[in-house]
Design a protein around this ligand. Sequence first.
Ligand code: F6P
Length: 416
Amino acid sequence: MASKKRNVIVGQSGGPTSVINSSLAGVYKNAIERGFDKVYGMLHGVQGLLDEQYVDMSTQIHSDLDIELLKRTPSAFLGSCRYKLPEIHENMEIYDRIFEILDKLEIDSFIYIGGNDSMDTIRKLSDYAIVKGHKQKFLGVPKTIDNDLALTDHTPGFGSAAKYIAASTKEVIRDALGLTYKKEMITVMEIMGRNAGWLTGAAALAKTEECEGPDLIYLPEIAFDVDDFLAKVKELLQKKSSIVIAVSEGIKLADGRYVCELSGGGDYVDAFGHKQLQGTAAYLAGFLGAEIGCKTRSVEFSTLQRSASHMASRVDIEEAFMVGGAAVKAADEGYNGNMVVIDRVSDDPYMSSAGIYDVHRIANEEKLVPREWVNKEGNYVTKDFIDYVKPLIQGDYQPIMVNGLPRHLVLDMKKK
Ligand code: F6P
């Protein structure tokens, strides 16, 4: 009988998405099919691992139905973290501690599902392994609703969040239109994405046969001018009574201040130096209300946009699963210090495949919306942008409904 391979450990890190667990399911299924002995899950990423917090995934997943439930479960099943490893020369003990735990668990492959900050962890650990002659392999699986990872056509999580944003924007527009008989109303919607406007731009997909879509879209890539904004809204109000505006949480003034900071937001800063961006729409709705004197409303999609698994895109869930499996395959074939990417093979019919890149070219980089995909005035996205996003929101992945609500798979610590 062939001897069993050593073990895999997988972790989730950074802001969750509605399909991050589909990648986890892909890692698990592929690792078992490839003959790895155990698949461990780090609880709260590398931060939890340092406290020896992990779970044997076979205590959590018992059947194909559990795999299907996991694929449909939003947020990080294993718990996430925003933990920045020190540079290797700054604190070798942390690295020694991690490798001690990996050796104890007989780990062959370390798989981390995350965004650009999480790829920094893969970069450092794989560098350390090479320098110190450790045998473990470190592979990254892309994940983020922000879609800001370099070298991959797009990131798992983005398509589903974009689908939710586009669908919700249609609903917000309908709601507002029904309220504006002989009176004006301005609705400002705030969309996540930090410094990249991919998700905010996806609000443009709400423009369909029966819906005119949002009136204005402001991305963080373009400096925001409050006076131009006010003038544009006033001009639109001459022609229509309901105005719906999509703004990124991360829009900034020309002097670099976030708009949300004008109302006191952005105080909390995480380990990677990112400010918590919140309150942009509320600030702008208040500002327009005071300047124009009409009814205004702010809608903050907040965590809903990254956890709405009932609205997930089939393309997204399937690709998330694919990249999880591809990372295990790559590790099994001897790759180290790489991230799996999604290559777009064709638009119509839409097809993609998994590729692989050196994580040093991805960690800490931010892929922004190109200037030519935003109109000249800087207040809408172009057809090229829409054509790029449209295939990624296609298809449904029906939740498994129990008593009228989606059923999720949740970590059972008693079985740990
Ligand atoms: O990185 C993904 C993301 O969802 C960003 O869009 C957002 O700015 C950030 O996470 C919010 O992070 P947190 O939930 O930790 O405040």
